[in-house]
Design a binder for this molecule. Structure first.
Ligand code: UDP
Length: 313
């Protein structure tokens, strides 16, 4: 296959490039580097099956030659990134989705959109099955990301139903691992950085909000299986082991061996406005249609991630 991966210089996009190249495919990577980093794909330069185009996919995409699949992974993805870049976030989820799916249609390629557990908002159902419609504040600070992703899903289904494009929708739950940005503001890099540098771990609110963290390699496997499957409806890919943010801070302290303290903080900016109180994927469907379930537990994944960050501090 020849595949286009948008957001190729990002955390997940770069790991996807690695996976498709390892499977013997040819990859065109695209990124405008708003939050991506060329260091994530530097090792691919010189690989004759890879080429990189610096381009903002919210603008028209021109690409020569055949394409078998388009994977749209370009978007700021951490709450502080989309608070800082609200309009590019909305554009890449709307115009970027329109351009990438239009390209897939023109080339007769499959289309896979990176959606998110944020489509469920601050959920009133836990765990979240794909059939849950969500509880999203459209005009809150997270709305720029959540609604752009919901629009992406609606656009994807419209192209599937109306134009017969062969589409996939993956709803990605919290994912961590090497190549996350040390200062992207998310809880995983924040706590690891704080633990490794002896600073207090900043638990927001009372720390009783929950998340379910999956190691990136499990997600990449799920996405690869989804693309090969014939499932057009959304599929959750995430690790169902749910923990509180306070428990997560304790896990980081344990795996790093750090003596840092835990500090409760109340950010006064928008970072915790509409912060989901619970989040856990129901992965019954992924098990059934993809024969997929996560393989890496938190301690193992954290150890590998900590090793990566140690080399960057
Ligand atoms: N969080 C925290 N301390 C931090 C950063 C985040 O307690 O330094 C909390 C945040 O309020 C949220 C959870 O950790 O409840 C996960 O936040 P993250 O930004 O990683 O991603 P989200 O799952 O909210 O998209």
């Amino acid at each position: 296959m020849r595949v286009l991966i948008t957001g190729a210089a990002g955390f997940l996009g770069s790991h996807l490039c690695d996976r498709f190249l390892a499977e013997g495919h040819t990859v065109v990577g695209m990124d405008n580097l708003i939050t991506g980093n060329m260091d994530n794909i530097a090792h691919l330069f010189g690989n004759e099956n890879f080429n990189f185009i610096k381009h903002n996919v919210s603008n028209y995409i021109y690409l020569d030659g055949p394409l078998d699949a388009v994977l749209h992974f370009a978007s700021p993805a951490s709450p502080i990134d989309y608070l800082e870049h609200p309009i590019p976030t909305m554009k890449v989820g709307s115009l970027g989705t329109l351009n990438t799916i239009g390209l897939a249609k023109a080339k007769g390629a499959k289309f896979l959109i990176a959606s998110t557990s944020e489509v469920y908002g601050d959920p009133q159902v836990n765990p979240q099955p794909e059939t849950y419609w969500g509880h999203v504040n459209p005009i809150g600070p997270r709305g720029v990301y959540d609604e752009a992703k919901r629009f992406s899903e609606a656009m994807t289904m419209a192209y599937h139903r109306y134009h017969g494009v062969d589409t996939r929708i993956v709803r990605i739950f919290n994912t961590y691992g090497p190549r996350m940005r040390l200062h992207d503001g998310r809880v995983v890099p924040n706590f690891i950085y704080q633990a490794l540098t002896g600073q207090p771990l900043t638990v927001f609110g009372d720390g009783q909000q929950t998340r379910s963290f999956q190691f990136y390699s499990d997600l990449i496997e799920g996405i690869y299986r989804l693309l090969k499957s014939d499932e057009n409806d959304p599929v959750n890919i995430g690790n169902p082991s749910e923990i509180t943010i306070l428990q997560f801070a304790e896990a980081v302290l344990k795996v790093t061996g750090s003596k840092s303290e835990i500090q409760y903080v109340q950010p006064t900016d928008d970072r915790i406005t509409d912060d989901p109180k619970v989040r856990r994927p129901d992965i019954t469907k992924a098990k059934r249609v993809l024969n997929w379930e996560p393989q890496v537990n938190l301690e193992e994944g954290l150890a590998k991630t900590i090793e990566y960050f140690q080399g960057r501090i």
